[in-house]
Design a protein around this ligand. Structure first.
Ligand SMILES: Cc1cc2nc3c(=O)[nH]c(=O)nc-3n(C[C@H](O)[C@H](O)[C@H](O)COP(=O)(O)OP(=O)(O)OC[C@H]3O[C@@H](n4cnc5c(N)ncnc54)[C@H](O)[C@@H]3O)c2cc1C
Length: 543
């Protein structure tokens, strides 16, 4: 057996022993953790090296010589090939939703039903739709089905999305592609649309979340005469291809992602001005965005934020400032909420307004200059993000205690009746009325800015477990607040982040203590050792 394999099997055996939860020997556990950490570091390094060595953009230009970044990206895209027909599209990105594979002869358009990935360029679903439309010599249309209410999304979230869609409408006008915004549930409005426009095929994007899956299932039940296909345009490695099962953690998915890198980590070809139109196209009225806004049935008290400019252009500009001003400190300072070093890209990723794969293609090129920052970004934006999709795709209970591993359910149950030092209601928490100024400040940052710092999100969720009557209540409140105020809320990353904090998913058992049991604990003193807590508390002192 090779030395590497030997280490791996030793680690696996020890891990099994630990998961059996009979192991209370601290020093042995520390050895285990150390060994696992080493193994993970090696995995991370290999993956980042592979990513940065992958030949992607053409050698003629790079991302950093042309300014602004958006222009450089446009140039690179155009240099990849003429259009998607010249590109070797990887069919593993696609999965059929029904078993129809014949496009009716009288079809008049190809339709991209856009949902999670709200952008034109750098979108594999959109590219596949144009590929089909070019092959069939048919016009290309996009439909977005807008529901007037979605979970607890307030006007802040809706306007961010609608402004991004408005930019898409304008871009479509230049590309000879027709964009429709339809109001209502897809299953109620798409069948009529399909009939009226004589749609030949529906291409849609992918989300592992319950509501989106239900939408697609309902549409597929009603539309039974044309092919419906799904393209994973959100992940670098399509979720169903990266792994066929629920992964235990980053350690178990990382090598699988690595294995598929060559196949999927490529540049994007351009979406071009579409050559086919129909006479009907010209009768389509521009969208009345004010009327759309007025039709929403949402909480209008949670206002838009000024720091995050919605849409593709806003997202690419945010990426550009990250590259120019923050990335150099990302590795060292990203756990310090007083330092502005994060990418801040999560709102744009969440709405699919920019592609994480594009961000990775660019950041990977910085590895020779900022190795640690680049490796950390790859770990977060690739491995952790795609692990979240894996969890929500294969674990239907992704937002309840039932989604936790057995050891975590047991430990939370064992400590269910432990005395809590403080109990807060949902209202107390929502309006930042706890004794803990750091926790209140995090909540206030989220309320005011629509994005809580990543490090504090962990502390914030764990304290909710500590201060509520049951883990179930803690989960419900954390999800409610996260989804309501964070622009990036209602996302697999959010459910996973909360489940990690409260239910230990993708984590391991730690020293047992009241309320938490073996779930990893965080406290105020620990935060004080990491950053200037007072500075942060003063910055977000009141609502
Ligand atoms: C309790 C809790 C709640 C969270 N809620 C959300 C949420 O609603 N939406 C959301 O997108 N993320 C959530 N996260 C994950 C993470 O905190 C955010 O993605 C990150 O803070 C977003 O900021 P950024 O874009 O500046 O991140 P950066 O640190 O700049 O990272 C770049 C990108 O990597 C990805 N990423 C970073 N950290 C993680 C992570 N831990 N897991 C998965 N992907 C990650 C994100 O896509 C992020 O945009 C949550 C984490 C916790 C612990």
């Amino acid at each position: 057996m090779s030395k590497r394999k030997e280490t791996m099997s030793k680690v696996t055996k020890k891990r099994e022993k630990k998961t059996n939860e009979s192991d209370n020997n601290t020093s042995e556990k520390e050895d285990d953790i150390e060994e696992e950490e080493e193994e993970e570091e090696e995995q991370k390094n290999n993956l980042a090296q592979k990513i940065s060595n992958t030949k992607t953009n053409t050698n003629l230009i790079d991302y950093f010589t042309i300014k602004p970044l958006q222009l450089a990206i446009d140039h690179i895209r155009k240099n990849i090939c003429l259009n998607i027909l010249d590109f070797n599209f990887n069919k593993n990105r696609i999965r059929p939703i029904n078993n129809i594979n014949i496009i009716p002869q009288d079809s008049q358009i190809i339709l991209y039903w856009m949902s999670r990935d709200q952008r034109i360029q750098d979108n594999w679903a959109m590219l596949y739709a144009q590929r089909l439309a070019l092959k069939q010599q048919l016009p290309l249309h996009i439909v977005f089905c807008l529901v007037p209410t979605f979970l607890v999304a307030p006007i802040r979230a809706y306007r961010f999305m609608l402004k991004g869609l408005h930019e898409i409408e304008k871009e479509c006008q230049q590309l000879n592609i027709i964009f429709h915004l339809l109001i209502g549930q897809a299953e109620n409005i798409l069948p009529k649309f399909i009939e009226n426009y004589k749609v030949g095929t529906i291409i849609t994007d992918f989300s592992p979340l319950r509501i989106s899956r239900q939408w697609l299932e309902n549409v597929a039940k009603k539309i039974t005469t044309i092919p419906i296909v799904q393209v994973d345009a959100h992940n670098v490695v399509p979720c169903w291809h990266a792994s066929t099962k629920l992964e235990y953690g980053a350690r178990t998915i990382r090598n699988k992602l690595h294995k598929h890198m060559n196949e999927f980590f490529t540049e994007y070809p351009p979406i071009i001005k579409h050559p086919y139109t129909s006479s009907n196209d010209y009768q389509i009225k521009p969208i009345d965005w004010q009327a759309v806004d007025d039709s929403l049935q949402v909480d209008r008290t949670i206002k838009e934020v000024s720091w995050a400019i919605p849409g593709y252009t806003g997202g690419i500009n945010q990426l550009e400032t990250f590259i120019n001003e923050r990335v150099m400190n990302f590795a060292l300072r990203r756990n310090d909420p007083n330092k502005d070093v994060l990418s801040n890209l999560s709102p744009w990723f969440h709405y699919g307004q920019i592609s994480p794969q594009r961000a990775l293609l660019i950041i990977a090129k910085l590895r020779p200059k900022f190795k640690d920052a680049c490796d950390s970004f790859i770990e977060e934006a690739f491995v952790r993000r795609e692990l979240s999709d894996n969890y929500c795709f294969y674990q239907e209970n992704y937002d309840t205690i039932n989604g936790a591993w057995e050891w975590a359910k047991k430990t939370l149950n064992d400590h269910r009746n432990d005395k809590r030092t403080h109990i807060y209601s949902r209202d107390d928490l929502e309006y930042a009325r706890t004794y803990d100024k750091l926790w209140n400040a995090s909540q206030i940052q989220m309320i005011k800015e629509g994005k809580m710092h990543g490090f504090l999100r962990m502390y914030w969720a764990k304290k909710i477990l500590e201060w509520t009557k049951t883990p179930e209540e803690a989960l419900d409140i954390a999800i409610y607040l996260n989804d309501k105020y964070n622009l990036d809320g209602r996302d697999p990353n959010g459910y996973v982040g909360i489940m990690w904090s409260i239910c230990g998913i993708h984590d391991q058992g730690w020293k047992e203590r009241p309320v938490f049991g073996k779930i990893r604990y965080m406290n105020y003193e620990g935060c004080k050792r990491k950053f200037d807590v007072k500075q942060y508390e003063n910055k977000y002192a009141s609502l």
